[in-house]
Ligand binder design. Structure first.
Ligand code: ADP
Ligand code: MG
Length: 234
């Protein structure tokens, strides 16, 4: 709430987020959009407790994260947040299976068998589990990253340009899967994207400009999002 993030001081001072007020409903899929430099990644990092805010308050899974000590914040994140990055961020020396299970291993938890089966089957990666990331296509790597994000049953999954490095077919495949996770598993997803087509998979699209939310679109379509982006340029 009233979330502000300022980088630097004096001449290099940048207000990346300017008094943002936003809530996300559980079990919904939100796209965060806006031109390059509008604050999308910063907003995601602040909401996820990856980055400290300058002023305001951030709540995650019913806890205020903005004033938690680092150690507690790390645990809260580990137990409640999943991440999907544009560049997959898999560990090269681990197999696909080891990558997926890593967040649980770190937390000393065992996978939920049913969820494991759902993820592996739904993502179609059953025959790739013993492979290392370098032996997988981009689309396959991102599906492994998706399973890694979901396996802890996080409160919320944050995805920063998850389809940015994928061809359009792999991208559509991943977005369809994210949609399924929201509809059938009740997963909450917040995705940064600059692709109107990707945003059309979401329930809501927020438009950022200069660190402020300037539009909030319900049931976005590629057309309505493109129109909103054109308005930003005026
Ligand atoms: P987007 O993801 O929408 O492209 P960002 O959130 O990355 O935008 O950046 C928002 C603004 O904050 C930009 O002006 C950017 O230069 C600035 N910014 C982002 N990260 C840092 C940082 N670590 N240090 C200084 N300025 C930053
Ligand atoms: Mg960014």
């Amino acid at each position: 709430m009233q979330l502000t993030k300022i980088f630097g001081e004096g001449e290099t001072r940048v207000t990346a987020l300017d008094s943002i007020d936003v809530r996300f409903t559980r079990g919904t899929f939100t796209a965060i959009m806006g031109p390059s430099g509008s604050g999308k990644s910063t907003l995601m990092h602040c909401l996820a407790g990856l980055d400290r805010i300058t002023s305001g308050r951030v709540f995650l899974a019913g806890r205020e994260v903005s004033n938690l000590p680092d150690a507690q914040l790390t645990t809260l994140r580990r137990d409640n947040v999943g991440f999907i990055f544009q560049s997959f961020n898999l560990l090269p020396m681990l197999t696909a299976e080891e990558n997926i299970l890593l967040p649980l291993d770190l937390a000393g938890r065992k996978p939920d068998k049913e969820l494991w089966n759902q993820l592996i089957t739904g993502l179609g990666i059953g025959d790739r589990l013993k492979h290392h990331p370098s032996e997988l296509s981009g689309g396959q790597q991102q599906r492994v990253a998706c399973a890694r994000a979901m396996i802890t049953k996080p409160h919320v999954v944050f995805a920063d340009e998850p389809t940015g490095a994928l061809d359009s077919k792999s991208g559509a495949n991943l977005l369809g899967y994210l949609r399924h996770c929201v509809d059938d598993l009740g997963q909450t997803i917040i995705m940064v994207t600059h692709d109107a087509k990707a945003a059309s998979y979401a329930d809501r699209a927020l438009m950022l400009l200069d660190g402020r939310i300037v539009d909030d679109i319900d049931s976005p379509t590629a057309e309505s999002v493109n129109e909103a982006m054109a308005r930003l340029e005026d």
